[in-house]
Design a protein around this ligand. Structure first.
Ligand code: CA
Ligand code: CA
Length: 222
């Protein structure tokens, strides 16, 4: 049979639309896949041709037998483009819990491209838990001569961090002032307010902010 021009055009359109459908189907198999559409997986934003690093990862390891994207914890945990954010963080689904057909997770404005290292979300994940007050155990512990304390405050607040000796007497005010929300780290060099090196023993670090108060025990061993 000789193919007429019309037949060739119809054939071409069928093949093209089939491949376009396959592509747009895969966009729907990635959380917030519509944000960058084909550019999520392809170098050319119009789609087709070479895949970017995320697209290569998906093609090589995360397609099932029918060519469907296997989105889940494993793919979400990788940082395909090496920009310091996991694929899941970039797509607002850090744990890979989203499934095709679910509403898009997180905040679409914060979605960045997992295949483009120049596209990075710098904003706190909209899906992450709200920050809560916390004071972490000092590190190292036991320590000599210095140790580090980390704490989290959920909003801008007046914060005081004081070191007490084992008799409950304050010996060093490490911090007393307003801080922005987030995690903060401060070192204690083992000196008291008089600038003297303290001796071996148990010390307490107490974080206070509004109604919040938390204490950790620290051990200095010389
Ligand atoms: Ca990344
Ligand atoms: Ca990126």
């Amino acid at each position: 049979m000789r193919l007429s021009i019309n037949n060739i055009i119809v054939l071409f359109l069928l093949v093209t639309s089939a491949s376009l459908m396959a592509r747009s189907k895969r966009v729907g198999q990635i959380p917030n896949g519509g944000k960058f559409s084909c550019a999520t997986c392809h170098v050319d934003p119009a789609g087709g041709g070479a895949r970017n690093v995320f697209g290569q990862e998906v093609e090589q390891n995360y397609l099932d037998g029918s060519g469907n994207v296997i989105w889940g914890a494993a793919l979400a945990a990788l940082d395909s483009d090496g920009d310091g954010k996991t694929n899941g963080e970039e797509l607002q689904d850090p744990n890979g819990a989203w499934r095709s057909g679910d509403p898009n997770p997180g905040d679409v404005a914060l979605v960045s491209n997992p295949g483009d290292p120049n596209s990075t979300t710098n904003v706190q994940l909209a899906t992450s838990m709200p920050l809560r007050f916390a004071l972490k155990q000092n590190y190292p512990n036991p320590f000599n001569p210095s140790t580090t304390l980390s704490f989290v405050i959920p909003q801008s607040a007046q914060v005081r961090l004081t070191i007490y000796n084992s008799f409950g007497r304050p010996i060093r005010e490490l911090l007393n002032g307003a801080l922005p929300p987030g995690e903060h780290t401060i070192a204690w060099n083992g000196l008291n307010d008089a600038g003297e090196s303290v001796g071996s023993g148990v010390y307490l670090a107490k974080l206070e902010s509004g109604d919040f108060s938390r204490t950790v025990r620290m051990l200095m061993i010389k």
